[in-house]
Write a protein that binds this ligand. Structure first.
Ligand code: SAM
Length: 229
């Protein structure tokens, strides 16, 4: 249950310095958010690719979020630091952190308006039964929040092995006026191939789907500048 969780009253009271000590005082806030990050495979894959970009995982399960926390602490402690001559580069994995949170609640309390450039929903829980669809992590109400925290041009990445959930996420995003579909080819042309490869293959769930030779359905959307007329 998530009843005991405490949420920040607003993004500016979030203590990002304690999450990212190497970036303390820079005023930076997370730019990538991995919703329902599970065991953290995506964050760990992306962290070295974008060493100056802060990334945050959100995970509701106690043990799983603790596991990711411990994993990050260990990686920070054991990874090779950059040469001491260049003090401007923070050590590896300093840019990645996690909060235990129900991401269906209070997302705008964590992330300032237009602060995110990427939002990830990788292999979210399908909630197969219709009466459980309201528990899905993509819905018109939540899309309004995602549009608020994403900057114009920011990308929503979704992937799942459940065709029905793929259709659900795609349809809701297509129908929402502040998002437009963007193809995998287009994103690769824009230099986001590394991100896409990580979306497909870096997470524990993605690897499981591969082991079972399952299909993966990707759908990506761009936060647009103004609503379509
Ligand atoms: N994204 C990871 C991956 O690809 O390996 C995990 C996928 S797993 C099927 C879904 C994860 O979402 C679980 O770890 C679950 O605990 C988490 N989750 C489900 N609902 C959530 C919520 N409302 N807030 C935060 N995390 C949630």
């Amino acid at each position: 249950s998530d009843h005991a969780l405490v949420y920040p009253a607003a993004p500016d009271v979030m203590d990002w310095d304690s999450h990212y000590p190497a970036f303390a005082g820079t005023g930076k806030t997370p730019e990538f958010a991995d919703i329902g990050c599970g065991f953290g495979g995506l964050l760990i894959a992306l962290a070295p690719m974008f060493p100056d970009t802060l990334m945050l995982g959100m995970e509701i399960r106690v043990q799983v979020s603790q596991y990711v926390q411990d994993r990050i602490t260990a990686l920070r402690a054991t990874s090779n630091a950059p040469p001491a001559t260049d003090s401007t580069i923070p050590g590896p994995y300093q840019n990645v952190s996690i909060v235990r949170a129900n991401s269906m609640k209070f997302m705008p309390n964590y992330f300032p308006k237009h602060s995110l450039s990427a939002l990830f929903f990788l292999f979210p829980d399908p909630h197969f039964k219709s009466r459980k669809h309201k528990a899905r992590i993509i819905s018109p109400t939540l899309l309004a929040e995602y549009a608020f925290i994403l900057r114009p041009g920011g990308i929503v990445y979704t992937i799942t092995d459940v065709k029905g959930l793929h259709e659900w996420m795609k349809t809701h995003l297509e129908e929402f006026p502040l998002f437009e579909p963007v193809s995998e080819e287009q994103l690769r042309e824009e230099g986001k191939g590394g991100i896409l490869d990580a979306v497909y293959g870096s997470t524990e769930e993605g690897k499981k789907v591969e082991r079972n030779a399952g299909e993966k359905w990707l759908a990506c959307f761009r936060r647009i500048e103004v609503p379509r007329a």
